[in-house]
Every structure is written in structure tokens, then in C-alpha cells.
Design a protein around this ligand. Structure first.
Ligand code: HSE
Length: 307
């Protein structure tokens, strides 16, 4: 029987303002990875549909999905079958919505399904974190929900809590790409004690705002002194767009991951918030597109393939 696998992986928004490199959330926008063995084929061929069609490499030696598949196959001590890989991309690449984490987590799961299916979610997280370098996108991509992660002896450990549908996440992605590398270079080498205390208080307040569903507190708990003030300057007119979201009825707004996507949180008036953010960018001649999303509470899943 030819081997087939189908994996669906959620977009993620890392940091959530005050939770730099630690907190993340999975969102209801999905990439899909489909692999079908082709008997007689000599290698893996890759086809990309949707976002990033013209930018993401289709050479298996350079594509994150096939690299992650190959890594896991080697770890499992079994060769990957040759065949065709179809990547259906809905998460915009290089925009701070976890497209590379989705590729890694999905690739690890696809590779594992084809070579033994041995990995637990914990293993997937540890492998994906070692490849990505920080856990705040790979953790929600793996587990779903609102995740808090720590690194202990180089290994990521994550706690995930589900988030109900009453909270919406409005993401608006401008045409500008910001690489994580560039966004990390914009950060200072040190921060002062007061800023550290500011962030500790905000991030603990962020988690308790979610536990108690006091989403009105998001306007405080998203506040940050570690990255947002430095990175917002890489997104032209980004602060105006964050302010426009609040003026249109959002409960809070911040940068998604390392940008350039901006994310607003709302329990109503979602369309108005999205329109206000898009039209503020448009007022400065910047094209953007938006999504109104909910939290995904499952994380990456295998999709049943009809026999
Ligand atoms: N926590 C990371 C950062 C997420 O903000 O640099 C980006 O992938």
C-alpha cells in the first residue's frame, strides 16, 4: 500500500505583548501538508499552493517541511519514501503568524507518520524548538490554546490552556515583510530592572486576564517594554494602526510575533476593527489584508485520509 499522510497546522501569534519568547496562541487559520508515496519515483517533489507560492523553496534540501521530515526520518532510523508533497499555505510567510513553526511542526509530524509514528507531542515540541530556537510559536502550533513555555536544560516545556470562542483575534498583515532576524537585531542587549518588573507584572496579569476572562484588562496586560517599542518602528505607521484598532472598539492590540502582522483582540465590532486597521495602512499607501480568527485549541492534527 502506498503511504499517505495529511497534517493540518494552525497559525500562531507569539509574545502576546508582554510574554516575549514565552507566551503564544494558536489561531484558526491553517496550513495543510499532504504527502503521497509515488512508487518508482526517486525523490520527493514539492508543490506549493496559496501563500508564498513564488518565494518558498521547492527544492527538498531547502524547504523547511521536507527538511523537518528528513530530520525525523533519520531520528526514527527509517528512510522517507519518495513521493509528492503538496503544501497548502494559508498562513502568510514572514509576517509573524508562525508560518515557519507550522512548517516545522507539520514536517515533523508528517515525517514521523511515514517512518514509524513514535513521537509524542512533547517530543514534537522539543524537536521543533531545537530547530526554531524559541518555543513561543512551535508550542501553540503543537498543542493549541494559549501556551506558556519555559526552557529547562535546552528542552522546551509547555503548559496550554484552552481559550473559548467569545474572544476574537483580528490580524492585519501589511505587504511589508519583517524577518525574525531583523526584528531580533532591533532589540537592545540589556534592559533595566524597572522594565523587567514592568513585564513580569504585565505577563502575569495577561495570563490571569485569560483565566478569569477579564478581557477588558488586555489593554494593560499586553503592554510591553522588551520588544514592542523597538519593533513597532520597523512597521511603517504601525503605532497608528494599533491605535486605530482600539478606537474602533478593540480591547487591546500589539505586534503578532516579530511582525509585520498586527493583532487586535475583541469581543465584538470585529469587522469595524479589521476595517479601521486596513484603512489606516491604506491611508499611508500600504496594502494589507486581514483575518478575523478564534483560538484553535487542538494544535496540529493528522487528518483522516479516505481509503
Ligand atoms: N518570540 C519570537 C520573537 C517570535 O518575537 O522574536 C518570532 O518567531
Amino acid at each position: 500500500m502506498t503511504k499517505k499522510v495529511h497534517v493540518k497546522i494552525p497559525a500562531t501569534s507569539a509574545n502576546m505583548g508582554s510574554g516575549f519568547d514565552a507566551v503564544g496562541i494558536a489561531l484558526t487559520l491553517y496550513n495543510e501538508i499532504l504527502f503521497e508515496e509515488r512508487p518508482g519515483a526517486e525523490a520527493i517533489t514539492i508543490e506549493i499552493k496559496g501563500m508564498g507560492q513564488n518565494e518558498i523553496p521547492t527544492d527538498p534540501a531547502e524547504n523547511l517541511v521536507s527538511e523537518a521530515m528528513a530530520y525525523v526520518a533519520k531520528r526514527n532510523g527509517q528512510p522517507l519514501p519518495a513521493g509528492h508533497l503538496t503544501l497548502i499555505n494559508r498562513i502568510p510567510p514572514a509576517r509573524g503568524l508562525g508560518s515557519s513553526s507550522a512548517a516545522l511542526v507539520g514536517g515533523i509530524m508528517a515525517g514521523d507518520a511515514l517512518t514509524g509514528r513514535k513521537l509524542t507531542k512533547e517530543d514534537i515540541l522539543i524537536i521543533a524548538n531545537s530547530m526554531e530556537g524559541h518555543p513561543d510559536n512551535v508550542a501553540p502550533a503543537t498543542y493549541g490554546g494559549l501556551t506558556s513555555s519555559i526552557i529547562v536544560h535546552d528542552k522546551a516545556i509547555t503548559n496550554s490552556v484552552p481559550v473559548e470562542d467569545d474572544l476574537s483575534f483580528i490580524t492585519v498583515s501589511p505587504e511589508i515583510e519583517v524577518s525574525t532576524e531583523e526584528a531580533r537585531q532591533a532589540l537592545p542587549d540589556t534592559i533595566d530592572y524597572k522594565s523587567a518588573v514592568f513585564n513580569v507584572s504585565r505577563v502575569s496579569f495577561l495570563l490571569s486576564s485569560f483565566f478569569t476572562k477579564r478581557y477588558d484588562y488586555l489593554k494593560y496586560s499586553l503592554q510591553d517594554k522588551l520588544h514592542v517599542p523597538y519593533r513597532i518602528q520597523l512597521i511603517p505607521h504601525g503605532q497608528d494602526v494599533l491605535d486605530a484598532a482600539i478606537a474602533a472598539g478593540a480591547l487591546g492590540s500589539t505586534i503578532s510575533g516579530s511582525g509585520s502582522t498586527l493583532i487586535a483582540f475583541a469581543t465584538g465590532r470585529e469587522r469595524e476593527v479589521e476595517e479601521a486597521m486596513i484603512s489606516t495602512f491604506a491611508g499611508y499607501g500600504i496594502q494589507s489584508f486581514g483575518h478575523i480568527l478564534k483560538a484553535d485549541n487542538q494544535g496540529a492534527t493528522y487528518v483522516d485520509i479516505p481509503k
